[in-house]
Ligand binder design. Structure first.
Ligand SMILES: [Fe+2]
Ligand SMILES: [Fe+2]
Length: 208
C-alpha cells in the first residue's frame, strides 16, 4: 500500500540517484584496463554513448523503485532487490566512465527519472505478471541497445566496452529473472511504444 513514509523514502532515493555518487560493490569492470588513445572526436562519441547508458541507468533506478512501490508479492520484491542493486552499480560505472572521457551527464536526468518512476508505479498497479513482463521487456530492449553500442564504440576503447559488456550480461540476467518470476510477454503494440519512447530518449541524451 502506498503511504506517506514510502513516498518520502522514494523521494529520497530519487535525490540520491540524481545528486550523490553511486556505490559499486563489485569491482569496476574496466578497473584493470588501460585508457586507450583516442581522437577528440572518438572520445566525444564514446562519452555521448556512455551518457546515454548512464541516463538509461537513471531510468532503471526509477523503474525498480516505482515497481517496488506497487508490487504486490513480497517474494517478488525481495527477488528483484539484487537486480536493483546491480542497477546502482551500473549507475556508478557509467557515471565514472562519462567523466573519464571528459563528458558530462544529461541535464535531463530529473525528467527521465520522474517519467520512469511514474511508468514503474503504473506497471506495478497493473499486477505482478504485467509489472514483471514490463521489466523483462525493458531489460531486453536495454540489452539490444547495449549490443548496438558495442558496434558503435571506438574499437580501442576497451574500458567503455568492458563496462557495456558486463552491463549487457547483467541486463539479460534481469530479464530472465523477471520472466522466471512470472512476467508475461507484452502485446506487440506496447513493445513498439516502448521502443519508440527509448529511441526519442536516447537520441536526445546523445546531445544533451
Ligand atoms: Fe542496468
Ligand atoms: Fe537491468
Amino acid at each position: 500500500m502506498l503511504n506517506l513514509d514510502r513516498l518520502i523514502v522514494e523521494f529520497d532515493n530519487g535525490l540520491r540517484t540524481l545528486f550523490s555518487r553511486p556505490h559499486s560493490t563489485r569491482p569496476y569492470p574496466d578497473a584493470a584496463l588501460p585508457e586507450a588513445s583516442m581522437s577528440e572526436e572518438e572520445k566525444k562519441h564514446a562519452a555521448a554513448l556512455m551518457r546515454v547508458n548512464h541516463s538509461g541507468e537513471v531510468c532503471a533506478q526509477a523503474l525498480y523503485q516505482g515497481q517496488s512501490l506497487t508490487a504486490r508479492d513480497p517474494a517478488v520484491q525481495q527477488a528483484l532487490k539484487h537486480a536493483a542493486e546491480e542497477e546502482t552499480e551500473h549507475l556508478a560505472w557509467t557515471s565514472r566512465r562519462v567523466h573519464e572521457l571528459g563528458g558530462r551527464l544529461s541535464v535531463l536526468n530529473p525528467l527521465w527519472y520522474t517519467g520512469s518512476l511514474v511508468i514503474g508505479a503504473v506497471a506495478g498497479l497493473l499486477g505482478d505478471k504485467w509489472n514483471l513482463g514490463f521489466l523483462a521487456e525493458t531489460e531486453r530492449q536495454v540489452g539490444g541497445h547495449l549490443q548496438s553500442h558495442l558496434d558503435s564504440l571506438p574499437l580501442q576503447d576497451e574500458k567503455s566496452r568492458a563496462v557495456v559488456k558486463q552491463m549487457y550480461a547483467d541486463e539479460i540476467g534481469h530479464a530472465n529473472l523477471a520472466t522466471t518470476l512470472g512476467g508475461v510477454e507484452l502485446p506487440q503494440s506496447v513493445q513498439m511504444v516502448m521502443k519508440l519512447n527509448s529511441k526519442i530518449m536516447t537520441n536526445t541524451v546523445y546531445w544533451v
